[in-house]
Design a binder for this molecule. Sequence first.
Ligand SMILES: [Zn+2]
Length: 279
Amino acid sequence: MLTPMNQMVAEAIAAGQAVPAFTCYDFTTALAVVAEAENQGRAVILNVAPKTAGNTAGLRLISALRTLGEQAAVPVAVQLDHASDAQLIARAVQAGATAVLADGSAGTLEENIAFVQQVRSLIGPQVVLEAELGALPGNEDKAFEQSASQLTDPAQVARFVQDSGAQLLAVAIGNVHGRYKGEPKIHWDVLEAIHAESTVPLVLHGASGIAPADLSRSISFGVGKVNLNTELRTATLAALAGQVEARRADGQNVLGLMGDWEQAVTEVSSATFNSLRAK
Ligand SMILES: [Zn+2]
C-alpha cells in the first residue's frame, strides 16, 4: 500500500526500526526489494535518482513503481532522490512520486530554506518533503572513493526544519555517497546534537559500507530512514557477471538471469532490513 513516507518512518522509529530506501534504476530491482519487504513485513522506500527521472523512460518507471507500491502488502513510498531542479520535481510528482528530496544543500542556509519552501508550494501538501542540511560528498549514481564531508551544523537544525517545513532531515555526519575510503567515521556527537534539535526524523544517506552495528545504533539517535545504493549495484553486477555465460549456455536464459539479479537484490535487502533494527 502507498503510505506517506513520514508516517511510515515515524511508525518504524516507534517500533525501534528504520526504513531502508533502495535506489531502483529498473523494475527488476524494485520487484525484488518489495518482495523482500513483504517477506519481512517491513515498510520500504523505492528511490529514483534524478538522472533516471530526467527522461520519459524514467518518469514511466516512477509510474510503474507507484503501481507496485499500490499493490504491495506492506507500506511503500516512491521518492525522487536529491533533486535541485523544481521542474524535475514537478514532473516526477505528476508521474506518481509520493515523496521528494528537495536538495538545496549546495546553497546557503537561506537559499536552502527558500528552495524547500518553493518546492512545497509547487507540489502541494500531500507529497512528503525531505531536505538536506550539510553537504554529502559523492555522487549517488557512481561508486567512487570519497572522504571529506561538510558536517551538518546542529545549531542550524531547529531553524532549518521550522522554516523550510521539511518533514524529514538528511544529515551529513561523516557518511558519504558511494564507496568509503577506509572505515567510515561517523560523528556520533554531531548526530546526537542534531537529534536533540530536530523535531523531524533524520535520514542517513550513503549507508553502503557503514557497519550494520552502526546502522542499528543510529536508530537510537533519531535516524528513521537509511538510503542505500552502491551496495545494491555492487551485488547486482557481481551476480550478473558470474552468471551471464552460464545463462547463455543454458538456452539464452534471460529469465534465469533476471532471477539471479533478483536473488542478489534479495540478499542485500534482507541483510539491510535485519541491520535496521535497534539492538
Ligand atoms: Zn543521498
